[in-house]
Design a protein around this ligand. Structure first.
Ligand code: F6P
Length: 362
C-alpha cells in the first residue's frame, strides 16, 4: 500500500462528534501507515500561508478525550480574512488562490474536510482550491440540513442535549403551572426541533417547513389536559407582522392570551455535550468510508449514510440534490440545503401523539 500524507480540517460551526471523527481518522491512517497533519482553525488556518498545522498521531488523544465536544483542530477565528470578507471586498479569487497555494505547500495527497452544508457547497463551487489533491468531505452539523445523507455528525448529540435540557425544564414548569417556549437551533431546517420535540412529547412543535396559526396554537394549549408543558420553536420560524426572536414572538402571543409562560434558549449547549454513542459510531463509519475513498482514488466526494449503508456521493450529486439558496453570508455563493420532508414519518407520529405541528405543509 503506497504511503500517503493526509490533512484533516474542521470548518463551519462546531458540534459534538468532531473529535471522535478526527480520532478514527488518525487510527485508520496509522493502520495504513499514512502520516496525518491537522490544519488548525479550518480555512482561517489555511489562509495563514504557511498553514497553521499540528502533527496528528495515536498519541494526540487519549481515547476518553475523543468523546469531548468541540474540535481539537478548532473551527475558525472571528475577525480574520475569510470567504465572507473576501467576497465583500471583491477579492475572492485571490483568497481562493492563497488557500490553494497553502494546501499545495503542505504537500498533501488528500484532505479530509469535516464540514457543514456551507463548507461543502463552497468546496463544490470553488473546486480550484482543492484540485491538486484528493478532497473527501465528511458531513457534520446539528442542523441535519445536508442532502443525500440520513445522518450528519453531531445531530444525535444535539438532540440529546436539547432533550436533557427540556427534561429539566419540565420539572419547574410543572411546579409553577406554566409553559416554556424553548427555541432550538437549526437555521431554516426544523429537524432538530422535530426530533427533540417528539422525544420529549412537546405540546407543540413549530418548524419553518410547516405553516402554523397562532390562534390554533393557543386553542391547542388551552384545550390541553395539563397546565404546563413545552412549546418547541425552531429558530427559523417567522410570524407575519412580528419581529424579534421566534420564542419571544410566541411568548408574547401566549401572554396576550393569558397563558403563563417563560422562554428558554438552550443556544450553543446544543453544540456541546459528550458525544452520544450513535454519533461515535457514525464518526467511525464515516472515517473508514473516507479513508477507503482515498484508497480508491476518489475525489470531490462526501461520505453518506443511506438506508443503513455507508457510501460516498459526489459533491456534484450533493449539490444538485438539495434546495439551492443564496449563502446567507458570502456574496455570490450558493448553498445546497435539505429540510424536513412533507412525508417525514415523525410529522405523522407527532400528530398521532397529539402534538400541534401547524396547519398546512408548505
Ligand atoms: O449551523 C449550526 C448552528 O449552530 C445553527 O443551528 C445556528 O443558527 C448557528 O450555527 C449559530 O451560529 P453562531 O455560533 O455563529 O452563533
Amino acid at each position: 500500500m503506497a504511503t500517503k500524507r493526509i490533512g484533516i480540517m474542521t470548518t463551519g460551526g462546531d458540534c459534538s462528534g468532531l473529535n471522535t471523527t478526527i480520532q478514527r481518522l488518525i487510527d485508520g491512517c496509522t493502520k495504513r501507515k499514512w502520516s496525518v497533519v491537522g490544519i488548525l482553525d479550518g480555512t482561517d488556518g489555511l489562509y495563514a500561508n504557511p498553514a497553521r498545522t499540528i502533527k496528528l498521531d495515536t498519541h494526540t488523544f487519549d481515547f476518553e478525550n475523543s468523546r469531548l465536544a468541540g474540535s481539537i483542530l478548532s473551527n475558525g477565528n472571528a475577525g480574520t480574512t475569510n470567504f465572507e470578507t473576501s467576497a465583500k471586498a471583491g477579492k475572492l479569487a485571490a483568497y481562493n488562490k492563497r488557500l490553494k497555494k497553502s494546501l499545495h505547500d503542505l504537500n498533501l495527497d488528500a484532505l479530509v474536510l469535516i464540514g457543514g452544508n456551507g463548507s461543502l457547497s463552497l468546496a463544490h463551487l470553488y473546486r480550484e482550491i482543492y484540485n491538486d489533491l484528493q478532497l473527501v468531505c465528511i458531513p457534520k452539523t446539528i442542523d441535519m440540513d445536508i442532502p443525500l445523507t440520513d445522518k450528519t455528525i453531531g445531530f444525535d448529540t444535539a438532540v440529546q442535549q436539547l432533550v436533557s435540557y427540556c427534561d429539566q425544564l419540565i420539572m419547574t414548569a410543572r411546579s409553577h403551572h406554566r409553559w416554556f417556549v424553548v427555541q432550538s437551533m437549526g437555521r431554516n431546517c426544523g429537524k432538530l426541533a422535530l426530533h427533540a420535540g417528539v422525544a420529549i412529547n412537546a405540546n407543540a412543535i413549530l418548524i419553518p417547513e410547516i405553516k402554523f396559526d397562532v390562534n390554533n396554537l393557543i386553542k391547542h394549549i388551552k384545550q390541553s389536559a395539563k397546565d404546563y408543558g413545552i412549546i418547541m420553536v425552531a429558530e427559523g420560524i417567522s410570524i407575519r407582522g412580528h419581529s424579534g426572536k421566534p420564542a419571544d414572538m410566541i411568548s408574547r402571543a401566549l401572554n396576550n392570551a393569558n397563558i403563563a409562560n417563560r422562554t428558554a434558549f438552550p443556544e450553543h449547549i446544543q453544540r456541546a455535550g459528550d458525544t452520544v454513542a450513535t454519533d461515535r459510531i457514525l464518526a467511525s463509519g464515516f472515517a473508514e468510508t473516507a479513508l477507503n475513498a482515498i484508497e480508491n482514488n476518489e475525489t470531490f466526494v462526501m461520505t453518506a449514510l443511506q438506508n443503513g449503508e455507508y457510501k460516498t456521493v459526489s459533491l456534484n450529486e450533493f449539490f444538485d440534490a438539495g434546495i439551492p439558496e443564496k449563502d446567507p453570508k458570502i456574496i455570490g455563493a450558493m448553498t445546497s440545503n435539505a429540510y424536513v420532508e412533507p412525508n417525514d414519518t415523525l410529522l405523522q407520529t407527532a400528530t398521532d401523539m397529539g402534538i400541534y405541528i401547524g396547519e398546512k405543509r408548505k
